[in-house]
Design a binder for this molecule. Structure first.
Ligand code: CP
Ligand code: NVA
Length: 317
C-alpha cells in the first residue's frame, strides 16, 4: 500500500478590492445583486448567502456607516462579522501588517480594512490569503461609490449617458468617483480649488478608463461649469480624516465651493444631491440642500449595506 503524498497547492491570489479599478467588469453584477437583496429583504425572503462565512472588519480610523453597515449586512445574510479597532489591538502597539494579515487570514474568509494610508491596505492585501476590501483609505473609498451608483439607479434609472459632478476636495471620494463613473458609462466632472485637485496618477488612470468607455472627464476650478446640466451633484467634507491640522486654511481656500440651492439650480431638472456623510452643513453644502427634495444622502447611507452585502456574496460565494 502506498501512502498518498500530500501536495501543497499555493493559494490563488485572492480577489482583493483595493480601489474602483479592481471592480472593473464586476460593477453591474454587484449592483444587480444589491437591488435583488434589497427587494428580497423587503419581501421578507433574504437568503442566508453568507452562512458559514466570517468577515473581519479592521478600523484604523473612525466610522459610523461603514462599521454598522458591514456588521448588520453580514448578520442579515447569516454570516459572522467581527470588528477590530486598530487602536485597541496589537496593530496599535506596532505589530506588523504582514503578521496581522497572515494571522487574520487564518480566522476569516475576508478582511475589510479602513486605513489611514493606502500603502497599509496594499500591504495587508500582499500578505493576506483571503480577499481584502478597502473600507476607505486616503486614496479611495470604493464601497461608498458602489452605494452611490445604486442610489442613483434607484432615483434616475440606468446610469449610462448621465453626467456626474463632484464639487470640492480632490480627495478619496473624488478619486473613486473619477475611476468609477466610466465603469457605469457616466461622464464625470470634478471642480476643485487650485491646489486641491485630484491625484494626477488617478486622473490618468480615470482618463484611460473614460477613453475605453467612450465617456467624458472634465477637471475644472469652476463649480458652475462642472454642475451645468449634470444629473447628479456630489460633495464631501473639505477636511478629511487626517487633514484636521489644515482646517483654518482649508475653510478659507474652499470658500466659493459650497453646494447651495443656487448652484443646484444650474444642474439638470430632477438632479440629485449626494454626500457620503458625515456632512458639515454650512461648509461644503447648505443644510437646505442636504435636507431638501433633491438630496439622497440617507438612501446612500442605507445602500452602503446592500452593496457591501452584494460585494461579499460576489467575492465569497
Ligand atoms: N461614508 C462613510 O464611510 O461613513 P463612515 O465614516 O461613518 O463610515
Ligand atoms: N473624505 C472623507 C470621507 C469620509 C467618509 C474622509 O476621508 O474623511
Amino acid at each position: 500500500m502506498s501512502l498518498a503524498v500530500a501536495t501543497t497547492v499555493p493559494p490563488a491570489t485572492a480577489p482583493h478590492v483595493l480601489g474602483m479599478a479592481d471592480l472593473d467588469g464586476h460593477v453591474h453584477a454587484i449592483l444587480e445583486k444589491a437591488h435583488e437583496l434589497k427587494a428580497q429583504a423587503a419581501a421578507g425572503a433574504l437568503p442566508p448567502l453568507l452562512a458559514g462565512k466570517t468577515v473581519l472588519v479592521v478600523f484604523e480610523r473612525n466610522s459610523t456607516r461603514t462599521r454598522i453597515s458591514f456588521e448588520v449586512g453580514i448578520q442579515k445574510l447569516g454570516g459572522v462579522c467581527s470588528i477590530l479597532d486598530a487602536a485597541t489591538s496589537q496593530l496599535g502597539r506596532g505589530e506588523s501588517i504582514e503578521d496581522t494579515a497572515a494571522v487574520l487570514s487564518r480566522y476569516a474568509d475576508a478582511i475589510v480594512y479602513r486605513s489611514s494610508s493606502h500603502a497599509n491596505l496594499q500591504e495587508m492585501a500582499e500578505h493576506a490569503t483571503v480577499p481584502v476590501v478597502n473600507a476607505l483609505t486616503d486614496l479611495e473609498h470604493p464601497c461608498q461609490v458602489l452605494a452611490d451608483w445604486m442610489t442613483l439607479e434607484e432615483h434616475l434609472g440606468p446610469l449610462a449617458g448621465k453626467t456626474f459632478t463632484y464639487v470640492g476636495d480632490g480627495n478619496n471620494m473624488a478619486h473613486s468617483y473619477l475611476l468609477g463613473a466610466p465603469l457605469v458609462g457616466m461622464d464625470v466632472r470634478v471642480a476643485a480649488p487650485p491646489g486641491y485637485g485630484p491625484d494626477w496618477g488617478v486622473v490618468e488612470q480615470a482618463e484611460a478608463l473614460a477613453v475605453r468607455a467612450g465617456t467624458d472627464l472634465l477637471l475644472t476650478e469652476r463649480p458652475g461649469e462642472a454642475v451645468a446640466g449634470a444629473h447628479a451633484v456630489a460633495t464631501d467634507t473639505w477636511i478629511s480624516m487626517g487633514d484636521e491640522a489644515e482646517e483654518a486654511q482649508r475653510l478659507a481656500d474652499f470658500a466659493g465651493y459650497r453646494v447651495d440651492d443656487a448652484l443646484m439650480d444650474q444642474a439638470a431638472p430632477g438632479a440629485r444631491f449626494l454626500h457620503c456623510l458625515p456632512g458639515h452643513w454650512g461648509h461644503e453644502a447648505t443644510h437646505a440642500v442636504a435636507h431638501g427634495p433633491r438630496s439622497v444622502i440617507h438612501d446612500q447611507a442605507e445602500n452602503r449595506m446592500w452593496v457591501q452585502m452584494a460585494l461579499l456574496v460576489h467575492l465569497l460565494t
